[in-house]
Design a binder for this molecule. Structure first.
Ligand code: C5P
Length: 231
């Protein structure tokens, strides 16, 4: 019988460092990476490009079911995300705060989540998968052998996001980010389907006082302790 691919899930609120840490851990292990938030961002953006009404649930579910996306890397090793045919480069467009809020809006709709479910499951391939999101450990990969819930205080998360954005976007304000982040957390945690919550068997890491390297090291230690990786 063929061995199932081990899955490490990393869930948590925006700005907790999940994305960076998931990428670093996947690279260190040589595993695949699922950035599930990017899929919700892409659905919101594609809906906007197709001029769908902001409250058109079925329209967005159709977009989710037919999403044509290529996750790649640029020459400098950073991510490249292409949408549709002919492909358009949406790498920068999906990372804005506006795209994040759009993602949180469409992510609350069950038909959109259902349409993305199997696509996310299909990322689990040998030698292993690091899956980053809000419901990776609770809904999409409930049998994952290692689940992390990564959090940090809302002030610390807003400060990190501010430092990330301030060079790219001179109009960004720390106070507005704090407000948007609290709004997004509230919506993600209170929605009826797949709310943001730590899985019962998740290990919670509060990254407020920790640097990225420390969190990556803790997660890699856990992977090795559970013997999920051969070296
Ligand atoms: O992680 P990221 O900030 O890219 O996610 C954007 C939004 O997509 C989140 O605020 C959340 O509403 C939604 N999301 C989700 N389930 C996931 C990943 C993201 O609902 N697994």
């Amino acid at each position: 019988m063929s061995r199932a691919a081990p899955v490490l899930t990393i869930d948590g609120p925006g700005g907790s460092g999940k994305g960076t840490i998931a990428r670093r851990v996947a690279t260190a292990l040589g595993w695949h990476l699922l950035d599930s938030g990017a899929l919700y961002r892409l659905v919101a953006l594609a809906g906007q490009l197709q001029s769908l009404a902001a409250d058109d649930i079925e329209g967005h579910a159709g977009v989710a079911a037919n999403l044509q996306v290529t996750f790649g890397v640029q020459a400098d090793g950073s991510e490249q995300i292409l949408l549709g045919t002919p492909p358009i480069d949406v790498t920068a467009a999906i990372r804005t705060e506006e795209a994040g809020l759009g993602a949180s809006r469409v992510a609350a709709w069950p038909p959109v989540r259902t349409a993305l479910f199997q696509r996310q499951r299909d990322f689990a391939r040998l030698p292993g998968l690091v899956a980053d999101g809000r419901d990776m450990g609770t809904v999409v990969f409930p049998d994952a052998p290692l689940k992390i819930y990564l959090t940090a205080s809302v002030e610390e998360r807003a400060r990190r996001r501010y430092n990330q954005l301030k060079d790219k976007d001179s109009g960004v304000s720390l106070l507005a980010l704090l407000r948007d982040m609290a709004e997004r957390d509230a919506r993600d945690m209170s929605r009826a389907v797949a709310p943001l919550v730590a899985a019962q068997d998740a290990i919670v890491i509060d990254s407020t006082p920790l640097g990225i390297n420390e969190v990556v090291a803790q997660v890699l230690d856990l992977v090795h302790l559970r013997r999920l990786h051969s070296t």
